[in-house]
Design a protein around this ligand. Structure first.
Ligand code: PHE
Ligand code: ZN
Length: 884
């Protein structure tokens, strides 16, 4: 582990290496505690200077150049430098090293999990396997031979095609793999484990037969089907939408229990966190099914956007991530719309924006704020962020909006025709889009260096005499003045609730009711003609740009848009804005020690949505869900988590009590008959029923509590069971919650993935706030549970992550005990797994927004942590930035 203060790496310092690798042949003698890697590289000169190899934590056994022992080798902070003769253009370098997978608790490089051996190389893990120019701009042809004990490691997988395999002496065997495509080292992978496989053969659009495999641990084959279906759907979608085909004969997905992230797109051999592969109705919720589908698609789509065309350097990360998130979002939206209609597509957009606002907006407003293409970093692992991924996807979406589906497709085609097989930059991508469409995107490029969420101020003025409505839109950039190129979709709603046709001054009378306006100046004024009565503007329809809209709207207007906005996204957003306003006012009362009041007009607007049977249940479920607590906290100044929680408890109780009959009625009416199937229509009904139980249980309505207990402990599938359990744990009915938790534990004690849900639901539970046992005491006790493990990232995220992020009122305790617990966890995790530690460290980065008392308690813990010399570069970067 690197513990010293890491240097800052800058984007503008990029230099090609003097020596690259054209082909590499790897021979692994695999063993859980001592793996030997023989690495033979054919290197080629492309500039002046030594051959640079990165290496980390490796024991070097030998090093030869063109068959002779290497002489001029220098050790550096990051590995080795080797001087080669000035007149040499080519060299065969062979290096043999040893590493210990069982000691690799960081889960980067080659590591041991559940008896098997697995790799994770992005971003800089390959250098922990062998000495190599471990950068994405070094693209080589890989051949890999794996040799291992056959009984312990019966399955041997690597990238590409299997070209040879067989038995060796002493119970050992081998497999040789050849990847026909050039690739950077971060896409290398191997698996040596005892696994079983689900297989399917498919024919690609051009008629090639391909073998698809999902590898899982024995006993999990009945949970692999949904991942396989998702893979086939992804293949078909990419063929139909972008004309992109699977390019290998074999495509493998492997589920692994210990994994830092969600999944990894290694060429032809995707490694997945098991939670994004395994699903059956008894163990996985609708949300899990949806996530699996989108993560499988995401990794599959990387095969073109990421692998065939990769990043020149890690500053370009959003080139592959923003684009691939956009692609997986479009895929999921199309899948949902095919099964559940356009309303299902709108729900998907709402969910995506909810993630953006909850995770990315706070990041962009805090000390870790960075452009989607960062300018500098210390630890690259810290930059797999919501900004690079989610905001990056919004930037690509804006291009799609500006160019249209066809123009975007043309741009993609041109991008691949220019750059297939290359490692390129974000500029290369945008240039292809620009050239294919004959449009100037220079101003649009500013999105790549823009930091902080831009604001869009809107003001409307109605002139009855002139029958004109004037809309003034002003953009405010937090990081400078140069205006951005912003697509704004907008409409005007007439007094009766119908959209008005939009005619701009000087135009012939139009019929279009939603228009796309391209803002390029700081201020843009739009004059709409033929307007007879003051309209209500509906701006940024579909969330056409990742900005904060500032528009004065009173409660009446918000209620009006909640009832009439024809844009489903904006209708939802109106409800969110109204909820935000009500909750902030209630929290202010709570902070003063007063009893928060729920305004009557809000109750009617909420009730009207609930009772609107024309709206799909799935849509009503998202529309009636309160904004995430983390998002609300971000809007509060100072952020007072306990006051916010009091307000939420009162509001939830009120909505449950007053609307009890409606929730109960709908719970009966919307019950889904028959066996579980993953389908948006069924999922929507289940989501709305579970939401109803949440409100009912929050209010302690006895019929609701009874139904929740029956559903949580009866014979149902996981979606209903977990929905009911989630309702009970936030209920004053703590006896019923305890019964349900115990029942759940009994049923699933041996199922690690399901137990993650059990840990998380308790760590995030509200009500312990009023009971004798605060959340923290429960969490400390749960750390001793036999199903808990400090070496498994999913467990860390479930128990600690849910406490830190999903339970702010309990975490930000006035006595500082939450922060002390946090600091102890970071200290401990730092030594085991810096990437996981650093993610957990980030939960306090916005500490300056808290109330003064909380600020000083948080600051003290951050300072104490920073005094620790053993702190990893990952954690140090986060905490130093937090302290500012
Ligand atoms: N590249 C992976 C993805 O987005 C994420 C990842 C990054 C996984 C780093 C592991 C390590 O699909
Ligand atoms: Zn990705």
């Amino acid at each position: 582990m690197k513990t010293e203060h890491a240097p800052t790496i800058r984007r503008t310092d990029y230099q090609p290496l003097a020596w690259t690798v054209e082909a590499v042949d790897l021979y692994f003698t695999l063993d859980a505690t001592a793996t030997v890697v023989r690495n033979r590289m054919r290197c080629r000169r492309q500039g002046t200077g030594p051959l640079v190899l990165m290496a980390e934590g490796l024991e070097r056994l030998s090093l030869t150049i063109d068959g002779a022992p290497a002489e001029t080798v220098r050790e550096t902070d990051t590995g080795l430098e080797i001087d080669l003769p000035d007149d040499a253009d080519e060299a065969v370098v062979e290096v043999v090293t040893r590493c210990d997978p069982s000691a690799n608790t960081e889960l980067s490089g080659l590591y041991h999990s559940g008896g098997g051996l697995y790799t994770q190389c992005e971003a800089e893990g390959f250098r922990r396997i062998t000495a190599y120019p471990d950068r994405p701009d070094v693209m080589a042809r890989f051949t890999v031979t794996l040799e291992a004990d056959k009984a312990a490691f019966p399955v041997l997988l690597s990238n590409g095609n299997l070209v040879d395999s067989g038995d060796l002496a002493d119970g050992r065997h081998f497999a040789k793999w050849d990847d026909p495509f050039l690739k950077p080292s971060y896409l290398f992978a191997l698996v040596a484990a005892d696994l079983v496989v689900l297989e399917r053969r498919e024919t690609t659009r051009s008629g090639r037969e391909v073998l698809l495999q999902v590898w899982v641990e024995d006993g999990n084959l009945d949970r692999a089907g949904h991942a396989m279906d998702s893979l086939v759907h992804s293949m078909r979608w990419d063929e139909a939408t972008f004309g992109l085909e699977l390019d290998l004969d074999r495509y493998m997905i492997v589920a692994v229990s210990d994994f830092n992230m969600g999944a990894m797109e290694n060429k032809g051999l995707n490694l997945f966190n098991a939670k994004f592969v395994l699903a059956k109705p008894e163990t996985a919720t609708d949300v899990d099914y949806e996530h699996i589908e989108s993560v499988v698609a995401h990794e599959y789509f990387h095969n073109w956007t990421g692998n065939r065309v990769t990043c020149r350097d890690w500053f370009q990360l959003t080139l592959k991530e923003g684009l691939t998130v956009f692609r997986d979002q479009q895929f999921s939206a199309d899948m949902l719309a095919a099964a559940g209609g356009e309303s299902a597509r709108a729900v998907k957009r709402i969910e995506d924006v909810r993630v953006l606002r909850t995770a990315q907006f706070p990041e962009d407003a805090g000390p870790m704020a960075h452009p989607i293409r960062p300018d500098e970093y210390q630890a690259i692992d810290n930059f797999y962020t919501a900004t690079v991924y989610e905001k990056g996807a919004e930037v690509i979406r804006m291009l799609h909006t500006l160019l249209g589906a066809e123009g975007f497709r043309n741009g993609m085609d041109l991008y691949f025709s220019y750059h297939d097989g290359q490692a390129v930059t974000c500029d290369d991508f945008v240039e292809a889009m620009s050239e294919a469409n004959g449009v100037d995107l220079d101003q649009f490029m500013r999105w790549y260096s823009q930091r902080g969420t831009p604001r869009l101020r809107a003001e409307g003025r109605f002139d009855a005499a002139a029958r004109q409505y004037t809309l003034t839109l002003t953009q405010v950039r937090p990081d400078g003045d140069a205006p951005l190129h912003i697509p704004v979709a907008l409409g005007l709603i007439g007094p009766k609730g119908a959209d008005l046709p939009l005619t701009l001054a000087g135009e012939a009378v139009g019929t279009v009711t939603t228009r796309l306006v391209e803002l390029k100046d700081t201020t843009t004024t739009l004059v709409f003609e033929g307007i007879d009565a003051e309209p209500v503007p509906s701006l940024l329809r579909g969330f056409s740009a990742p900005v904060i809209l500032e528009l004065e709207e009173d409660d009446r207007r918000l209620a009006f848009r909640m009832a009439h906005d024809s844009d489903p996204f904006n209708r939802w957003d109106a409800a969110q804005r109204y909820m935000l306003r009500v909750i902030l006012a209630m929290s202010a009362d709570a902070a003063k020690g007063e009893l928060p009041q729920v305004p009557e007009p809000f109750m009617s607007a909420f009730g009207a949505l609930l009772h609107n049977e024309k709206l799909d249940p799935a849509y009503r479920a998202v529309a009636l869900t309160l904004p995430a607590e983390a998002y609300l906290l971000e809007q509060m100044s100072p952020a007072d988590p306990v006051a916010l929680r009091r307000a939420l408890i009162v509001l939830m109780r009120h909505l449950g009590e007053r609307l009890a009959d409606s929730w109960l009625g709908l719970d009966t009416r919307l019950a889904v008959a028959g066996d579980y199937r993953y389908h948006p229509a069924d999922a929507g009904r289940r989501a709305l029923r579970s939401l109803g139980l949440r409100y009912l249980c929050a209010a302690g309505v006895s019929q609701g509590v009874e139904r929740a207990l029956a559903r949580a402990t009866g014979e149902s599938h996981m979606t209903d069971r977990f929905g009911a359990l989630a309702a009970l744990v936030n209920s004053p009915a703590s006896a019923e919650a305890a019964i349900a938790l115990a029942d759940f534990e009994r049923r699933f004690a041996k199922d690690a993935l399901v137990m993650d849900k059990w840990f998380a639901i308790q760590a995030g539970a509200w009500r312990w706030i009023d009971s004798a046992q605060p959340a923290l005491a429960r969490i400390e006790a749960l750390m001793g549970h036999p199903a808990f493990s400090l070496s498994n990232p999913n467990k860390i995220y479930a128990l600690f992550g849910a406490y830190f992020r999903a339970n702010p009122a309990e975490f930000h305790r006035a006595d500082g005990a939450g922060y002390r617990f946090w600091a102890d966890r970071i200290r401990d995790l730092n030594g085991r797994n810096p990437q996981v530690a650093s993610r957990m460290a980030r939960v306090l980065e916005n500490w300056r927004r808290l109330t003064p008392a909380l600020q000083s308690a948080a600051q003290a813990q951050i300072k104490a942590l920073l005094a620790d010399k053993a702190l990893s570069a990952d954690v140090r970067e986060v905490l130093e930035k937090a302290l500012g």
